[in-house]
Ligand binder design. Structure first.
Ligand SMILES: *[C@@H]1O[C@H](CO)[C@@H](O)[C@H](O)[C@H]1NC(C)=O
Ligand SMILES: *[C@@H]1O[C@H](CO)[C@@H](O)[C@H](O)[C@H]1NC(C)=O
Ligand SMILES: [Zn+2]
Length: 444
């Protein structure tokens, strides 16, 4: 980061909240490998990096550029004759409108949850505690560590069956600004615990769910800097570590940055972040782990390893097949298409991420889910999702989750949902009656 940029960012925080005044979002469509390489180079240089993550020839990519970076950005873009257009210049006004809206919204009652607005970490923790006391037979809530700023790291365990049942692990919001992933994960918790239609899912599967893995960053996005991504570890020039580049597998490899001001900063060493250490300890202790989902936004994608190399992972056929099935189930709701594939081929290199690490250490089916953007041009809406879109995005993802659960835990649908169970028991009754009459007729 150059001095001008440093001074500019210091100036913007002096008045309190971080201001996005003068920031612009550019849309660039790389047409060949060379231009993709340029985008990777830019990603290593810019404070914010790329917004939408699909760096594939022909796919537009959104890049947010700070005022002090405009000149450098345009120079690099022009050198490689990349076409661009400006898609958002009023970032600050969008962000302050969202902040004002949230401040005006009356808070939910303690222990309740709502999907008409984004919720703070306190609201989510209170909701989980309420579930633990209302459903003590199926729910336990556990503090599995403390964040860098000493917030409790909270997970919820949901299960109504054998301890030996297959386990599904879901983590969310390792990237602070990806608020919609927090909503979707909380919605999943609500359905599993409070919707008795899905009782079979908790009788057959043990669930371990972490709705906010980076609570310091999450809190900071509500109070200070809406588009913050990293943890809150203080640095020399810039703060924070990309916790999803801090896992101890190919740490520091392709798609990462050693510049602490970068969006994708790997941290001083692998496992430097207490949130990542605590998470890995949770993972080591899970028995019979059959599926892991890491919830992110945005891009409408279902990604599987590897992130560090374009080589295929050993279970890639199975990963592709389960991903395609989930994607199909989601599309059946409202036509939203989630693209499925290996992350290094669809998205970008991302060495040191949780999904690579879990695949390597546990051999489990493991995915990064990039939830969809809001409506409109999808530029800033990707992170600034309008409140009326929260519930539809949650509801639309739910059938995808069901598909993942059924397939990874090998739940036989004919024995699973209520209606088919009725059919089965009707058949069983018919059989009993038939046997009875048969024996009657036989005179026994
Ligand atoms: C980066 O990716 C390439 C291509 O997939 C791979 O061959 C190489 O080993 C990776 N580099 C590192 C440092 O992991
Ligand atoms: C489906 O799309 C319609 C029309 O845009 C919208 O009103 C509705 O909320 C969407 N439902 C879901 C579950 O996404
Ligand atoms: Zn993310």
């Amino acid at each position: 980061m150059n001095t001008a940029l440093l001074l500019a960012s210091l100036a913007t925080v002096v008045l309190g909240r971080f201001s996005y005044e003068g920031y612009k979002v550019y849309q660039v469509t790389p047409e060949n490998e060379e231009q993709i390489a340029t985008l990777y180079k830019l990603r290593g240089t810019l404070r914010y990096g790329l917004f939408s993550d699909s760096v594939v020839p022909g796919y537009p990519v959104n890049v947010m550029v700070a005022p002090a970076e405009q000149e450098m950005f345009l120079q690099i873009i022009n050198e490689d004759s990349l076409n661009y257009r400006i898609t958002a210049e009023d970032i600050e006004s969008k962000i302050s409108a969202e902040r004002e809206r949230i401040q005006k919204t009356s808070p939910v009652a303690k222990g309740e949850i709502s999907f008409t607005e984004f919720q703070t970490y306190t609201v989510i923790q209170d909701y989980l505690q309420q579930l633990a006391s209302s459903y003590p037979d199926i729910v336990t809530v556990e503090e599995f560590g403390r964040s860098f700023e000493d917030r409790p790291l909270i997970l919820i365990r949901i299960g109504a069956g054998a301890e030996s049942n297959p386990t599904i692990l879901i983590d969310s919001t390792i990237h602070a600004m990806e608020w919609i992933s927090t909503s979707v994960t909380t919605y999943i918790i609500q359905q599993l615990v409070e919707n008795s239609d899905y009782r079979y899912l908790i009788e057959n599967i043990n669930w371990v769910i972490i709705p906010v893995l980076n609570p310091d960053g999450y809190e900071y996005t509500f109070t200070q800097e809406r588009l913050w991504r990293k943890t809150r570890r203080p640095g020399t020039l810039c703060d924070g570590v990309d916790a999803n580049r801090n896992f101890p597998y190919h740490w520091g490899g392709n798609g990462t940055s050693t510049d602490e001001c970068n969006f994708y900063y790997i941290g001083p060493h692998a496992l430097s972040e207490p949130e990542v250490v605590a998470f890995t300890n949770v993972v080591y202790k899970i028995n019979n782990l059959v599926l892991h989902l890491s919830m992110h936004s945005y891009g409408s994608m279902i990604l599987f390893p590897w992130g560090w190399t374009t080589e295929l992972v050993s279970r890639s056929d199975e990963l592709q097949q389960l991903g395609d099935a989930a994607s199909k189930a989601i599309a059946a709701v409202n036509g939203t298409v989630y693209i499925t594939g290996p992350s290094s081929q669809l998205l970008y290199y991302a060495a040191g991420n949780s999904v690579d690490w879990i695949t390597y250490t546990r051999g489990t089916l493991s995915y990064t889910v990039e939830l969809p953007a809001g409506p409109g041009d999808g530029v800033l809406d990707g992170f600034i999702v309008p409140p009326e879109k929260i519930l539809p995005i949650c509801q639309e993802f739910w059938p995808g989750l069901l598909s993942f659960a059924h397939q990874s835990a090998k739940i036989d649908l004919n024995n699973a949902d209520g209606s088919s169970r009725l059919t089965i028991s009707f058949r069983q009754w018919a059989w009993v009656l038939f046997m009875y009459c048969f024996r009657c007729a036989d005179g026994i």
